[in-house]
Design a protein around this ligand. Structure first.
Ligand SMILES: Cc1cc2nc3c(=O)[nH]c(=O)nc-3n(C[C@H](O)[C@H](O)[C@H](O)COP(=O)(O)O)c2cc1C
Length: 400
């Protein structure tokens, strides 16, 4: 029986709302379903978390406001965060009964490497903003759980340090710079550090980050480690580079750049930020080794199309010719299952592992990976699919 809405539960809801970004009057567009899924952030240890939102609630309370804002919001009015979540709600699951799923296997193989789970850590910049050990703590967690870490160009820790903490090949995410020699040197460093793949991010030729702009105006952003003086020159991938005339973009970037990258490296080359079948087909013509369907976690544009919708058209166009990863808005095992059923090979998370990192460092990231894997195992059990190979579109219903 449903419990009546008591004064106590009303207080709890009000406390939640007061702690949420909605209270700033510029909410993240969260719906009641998400709100009720979140706890009050009362965890004191990573092991206490029962879902990934427990970590979000924790960092919302404890993290420095500038760092929280950098992580949490999206572009324009942040509406893409809700669009991404809504996309998952339009897909429903078809549980199957009396199938022997006593041995669930969530492992996945990609480019010859086997990972324990199809849940990878997306490239996210400046992770010392969330924890002093930054990307190295994430590497240790990825090592402990045997999953893939994709390292951002704007990492706070060098690719050499992170690769050594991970103890297995990373992937390196590339933001091209205006100077090809600088970019090429960075690619060489990634290769020398043993990175297996290069993911070229193509989805932010321009963007409008309103909350960060507001905060820059309103607060003193002094923070050693991320933005004392010039923010770029403190990043280890730019050590020794004269940043005075360097831009973190290439004017008039086109598909020719993908050819250039393929000629410049022996690593696999993937493109991150593809959201249409049209671009997926061009990428295939250019010979990419894989695609990452992504709208940058709602931090790129305000297209109104969720990443899971984009995944459907990209999968239909690619027809299994190259591996497809997808990210943006994954928070639950059911979300992951839906993407696998549509045809993704693996998914990436961004904010959820940053919440874990910000709350408790390595153990927080490990717990986030454990929670999502356990949730995936539960839904695989319900769907009667013992391995990823058994997950097919017959497990889902997509409404229009
Ligand atoms: C704080 C933060 C920093 C990010 N930095 C990068 C980056 O440096 N390079 C990149 O390709 N994507 C970056 N992303 C996007 C992520 O790789 C990923 O696409 C996104 O976080 C997935 O959505 P989710 O946060 O909803 O899981 C960043 C995301 C966040 C939240």
């Amino acid at each position: 029986m449903l419990k009546p809405f008591t004064l106590q539960s009303r207080r709890a809801l009000l406390r939640f709302l007061a702690a949420s970004p909605l209270a700033y009057g510029r909410g993240l567009g969260l719906r009641a379903g998400d709100a009720l899924a979140q706890s009050e952030g009362s965890i004191e240890d990573a092991a206490h978390a029962v879902n990934v939102f427990d970590f979000e609630a924790y960092v919302k309370r404890h993290m420095q406001i500038g760092h929280y804002t950098y992580m949490a919001y999206g572009s324009d009015d942040s509406s893409m965060l809700e669009v991404n979540r809504e996309g998952f709600r339009r897909i429903r699951l078809r549980p199957r009964r009396l199938v022997d799923v006593s041995a669930i296997d969530t492992s996945v193989e990609l480019f010859g490497e086997r990972y324990a789970m199809p849940i990878f850590c997306a490239p996210c910049g400046a992770q010392q903003a969330f924890h002093p050990e930054g990307e190295v703590a994430v590497a240790r967690a990825a090592r402990a759980k045997n999953t893939l870490q994709i390292l951002s160009t704007v990492t706070n820790r060098s690719v050499e340090d992170v690769a050594s903490a991970r103890g297995a090949p990373l992937w390196f995410q590339l933001y091209p710079t205006s100077d090809w020699n600088v970019t090429r040197a960075m690619i060489r460093r990634a290769e020398d550090a043993g990175c297996a793949a290069l993911a070229l991010t193509v989805d932010i030729p321009a963007r409008n980050m309103e909350e960060s702009a507001r905060l820059r105006r309103d607060t003193n952003r002094e923070c050693v480690g991320c933005h004392t003086g010039d923010p770029w020159s403190t990043k280890p991938m730019f050590a020794g580079v004269d940043m005075s005339s360097l831009r973190m973009s290439v004017a008039g970037l086109t598909w020719d750049y993908v050819d250039r990258l393929k000629d410049a490296t022996s690593m696999k080359v993937l493109v991150k930020g593809i959201v249409t079948a049209d671009d997926a087909l061009i990428a295939l013509e250019r010979g990419v080794d894989g695609l990452i369907v992504s709208n940058h976690g709602g931090r790129a544009e305000a297209s109104g199309i969720s990443s899971i919708e984009s995944l459907q058209e990209v999968v239909a166009a690619v027809q299994g010719r190259v591996p497809i990863l997808v990210d943006s808005g994954f928070r639950r095992g059911t979300d992951i299952f839906k993407a696998l059923a549509i045809g993704a090979d693996a998914i990436c998370i961004g904010r959820p592992y940053l919440w874990g990192l910000g709350a408790f460092g390595q153990s927080g990231v490990e717990r986030v990976l454990d929670i999502l894997t356990r949730e995936l195992e539960i839904v695989m059990t319900q769907m009667g699919t013992a391995s990823l190979a058994e997950i097919t579109p017959s497990s889902i219903v997509v409404s229009g």
